[in-house]
Design a protein around this ligand. Structure first.
Ligand SMILES: [Zn+2]
Length: 305
């Protein structure tokens, strides 16, 4: 089981020498997801040795260019590399026609299925679900329709206490029942309580992504209790007025959201290019929420550790 977040880009709207526009690669239990795809994302994927063709879900939070201008290029590269398996893009409804126009005007036709799911900007939605993971979207508060995302593991199975199963002569064929939390009936009719021969499952992990947004109580429930929250913190308190007028957050506001949502850890990014580094952002956020760190391009966070 694995749950890793790779920050491909965590810059603000203007790229800088060491900060690319927004993009993250998430590997969760062998599902490969890209969140946002700013310009330069495919170069970051190359540099960091990520396998292009493994990505099957691409989540685009909103249509400001620093969150999706890398997508046509990435899809073209997947095509050039001979992809034949489908990709699902989740984004604002007009993204699909934008992509089709860009690709068709250049005379390109994708040789793999491009599935598209339009985001709902009114309420929380489940975007994808299988036996191991769940991806949800939820509305944020920005100048144009914007969603945040939550990726979480599904409830895990119990693990077998083999010492006990041997003692109680439980056969291998009954292990799946125990893992699901079902009692087992032995051949002699004896009922074995599953709790006597399993260990509790590990707590499912959750990651939440909020960019870009003005802080709002409306999305607190959607990010509640996440093991890690990435929250934009475009400004420091000095420019709180600018944050309000552009519907972005300050580092302090991001920390207040993290505290209210009871997340375990907070990582902040999307700093305006007017700041040389994130030192002041970190100082302001830590006053409210100590488990805060600053995102860096190329950073890998392993939630299972
Ligand atoms: Zn934006």
């Amino acid at each position: 089981m694995s749950f890793k977040i790779t920050i491909l880009g965590c810059g603000g709207a203007l790229p800088s020498r060491n900060k690319n526009p927004s993009s993250q690669y998430i590997e969760c239990n062998n599902r490969h997801i890209l969140i946002d795809c700013g310009e330069g994302t495919q170069m970051q994927i190359r540099k960091l040795g990520i396998h292009f063709q493994k990505i099957t879900h691409i989540l685009i939070s909103h249509l400001h260019g620093d969150h999706w201008f890398g997508l046509p290029g990435l899809l073209s590269t997947m095509n050039l590399l001979g992809r034949n398996t489908g990709v699902t893009v989740y984004g604002p409804s007009n993204l699909l026609s934008l992509l089709n126009d860009i690709l068709s005007f250049g005379g390109h036709q994708l040789n793999f299925p491009l599935n598209f799911v339009a985001l709902d900007f009114k309420e929380e939605r489940i975007l994808f679900e299988d036996k191991l993971i769940l991806i949800k979207s939820f509305p944020l508060k920005h100048r144009i329709p914007t969603c945040g995302f939550r990726i979480e593991e599904k409830k895990k199975e119990y693990t077998i206490n083999t010492e006990e199963t041997k003692k109680q002569a439980i056969q291998l064929k009954d292990y799946p029942k125990l893992k699901r939390g079902e009692n087992v009936i032995l051949e002699n009719g004896e009922i074995i309580d599953f709790k006597s021969c399993v260990f509790d499952p590990k707590k499912p992990l959750a990651y939440a992504y909020c960019s870009d947004t003005y802080p709002s109580a409306k999305y607190i429930n959607s990010i509640r209790n996440a093991d890690l929250l990435y929250h934009e913190a475009t400004f420091t308190e000095e420019h709180a007025g600018r944050a309000k007028s552009t519907l972005h957050s300050t580092a302090q506001q991001a920390a207040e959201i993290a505290q209210k949502a009871n997340v375990k850890n907070l990582i902040i990014g999307h700093f305006s290019s007017r700041y040389e580094n994130g030192e002041e952002h970190l100082r302001e956020a830590k006053k409210i929420f100590d488990n805060t760190s600053v995102a860096e391009d190329g950073m890998v966070i392993d939630l299972t550790l």
